[in-house]
Design a protein around this ligand. Structure first.
Ligand SMILES: C[S@@+](CC[C@H](N)C(=O)[O-])C[C@H]1O[C@@H](n2cnc3c(N)ncnc32)[C@H](O)[C@@H]1O
Length: 390
């Protein structure tokens, strides 16, 4: 079934990044692109599926749709799944896992349908030759995703494996850093162009500067990944995957860029240094230690993108003071820049004291956040329009 040329591919992402992902999939060659909630679907062949896994900056999981059918109960589900020839997708010596998302009143929890699908897959092997494959929750060879929407059940195979936001360049950190996929989406929304400076003066572990560097140099995010799930599938076309990889690696450029990361905490900055090195972008990202108030902006106009603390550990008055000083710094030192603040703190956003001209709703995990955009005009706004008219 996987060998057929036209695969229906469903790519998951974060809420708010669907439009950008749709554009990315079209650029990569996807056809019949459709936007859903936290996902985009399209049609493409096996090579396209490999390419999306290797190149997409916005995908979390690339799933291949296997089949779709109507069910009335768990027995229907079992029958439909057991009728599939699972030896096409895995060997009995391999492991598998089933993940179920439920949007239906047919079942009380997603555990029961997941169990039915698991039993059906295992039993289909047993009826063929006696042995059952083992279930492995953490790192299975085959992950079957079951989506039940009312009476409609869709089975998909996860071709990525572990979520693609784990690019592989980041060392472990104790604090939760920004997801690489979210950082990439924010940079794309910012309108930054690689010939302009990009500054993150509160860079933490360096995710924003690193993702910007990868984008500017065309370094595919998959370049750091040890393995994708599709490499363990029986129909894996190694030669095709190698050709796709090599073609993308050929596109990497050495164009000069000016990307800056600054961080106040020495320990955190060390992590950023390690990550920048792991990503191989030391020559593109300049890191510095210090308070952002002391950070010297580079010459020329560019873009600032920051993700300040949200305040879990900050007292309300400290949070207000921090965000106010960010606003003051923007006003005094970044005239001519475009500035973006990604924050989960509505109070902090208010304390900035500048009027944002863009407000984009995004989520960082379960936390509702805003990406706030500011045009920091040189001179007054009135002056700017005067200049434009003249
Ligand atoms: C939410 S974290 C940024 C996470 C980052 N985007 C990442 O992916 O790891 C905010 C960072 O701002 C830093 N920070 C707080 N106050 C600062 C200041 N006055 N100057 C520079 N950095 C500061 C914190 O140490 C923290 O690492």
């Amino acid at each position: 079934m996987l060998l057929k040329t036209d695969l229906r591919i469903v790519v998951s992402t974060y809420a708010g990044l669907e439009e950008l992902l749709a554009q990315e999939l079209r650029q990569l060659g996807g056809r019949d692109v459709e936007i859903h909630t936290r996902a985009v679907s399209c049609v493409g062949d096996k090579g396209f599926m490999y390419k999306v896994n290797f190149c997409s900056r916005l995908a979390l999981r690339v799933m291949v749709s296997l089949t779709s059918f109507s069910i009335k109960d768990g027995d229907d589900l079992y029958r439909e799944v057991a009728a599939i020839d699972w030896t096409e997708f895995m060997k009995v010596s391999q492991t598998f896992a089933v993940r179920c998302t439920l949007n239906s009143e047919l079942f009380d929890t997603n555990l029961y349908p997941a169990l039915k699908v698991k039993d059906a897959i295992a039993d289909s092997f047993r009826s063929n030759g006696g042995k059952r494959p083992d279930v492995e929750k953490e790192n299975p060879d085959l992950e079957v995703m079951v989506f039940i929407n009312r009476d409609r059940c869709t089975l998909l195979l996860n071709s990525s494996g572990e979520s693609l936001h784990r690019r592989g360049y980041r060392a472990e950190v104790d604090k939760a850093p920004l997801s690489e996929v979210l950082a990439a989406g924010i940079i794309m929304m910012s309108g930054w162009e690689p010939h302009k400076p990009l500054i993150d003066f509160m860079c933490g572990s360096g995710t924003i500067p690193i993702e910007a560097a990868l984008m500017a140099a065309n370094i595919p995010p998959g370049a750091f990944r040890k393995q994708f799930a599709f490499e363990k599938w029986p129909d894996f076309d190694e030669a095709l995957y190698k050709t796709i990889r090599e073609k993308q690696i050929e596109r990497i450029n050495d164009n000069p860029v000016r990307i800056y990361g600054n961080e106040i905490n020495r320990f955190v900055l060390e992590k950023a240094e390690e990550n920048v090195k792991n990503a191989g972008v030391e020559d593109m990202v300049q890191l510095s230690l210090g308070d952002f108030n002391d950070f010297e902006r580079p010459s020329g106009n560019g873009v600032v993108i920051i993700n300040p603390p949200y305040g879990e550990k900050l007292q309300p008055e400290d949070l207000d003071a921090l965000y106010k000083s960010i606003g003051d710094r923007f006003k005094k030192n970044y005239a001519g820049y475009k500035a973006w603040i990604f924050t989960g703190s509505p109070e902090g956003a208010k304390a900035i004291g500048l009027r944002s001209n863009r407000k984009i709703k995004l989520f960082n995990g379960p936390i509702e956040c805003r990406l706030l955009g500011y045009e920091l005009f040189e001179g007054s706004k009135k002056d700017m329009y005067k200049d434009n008219n003249e």
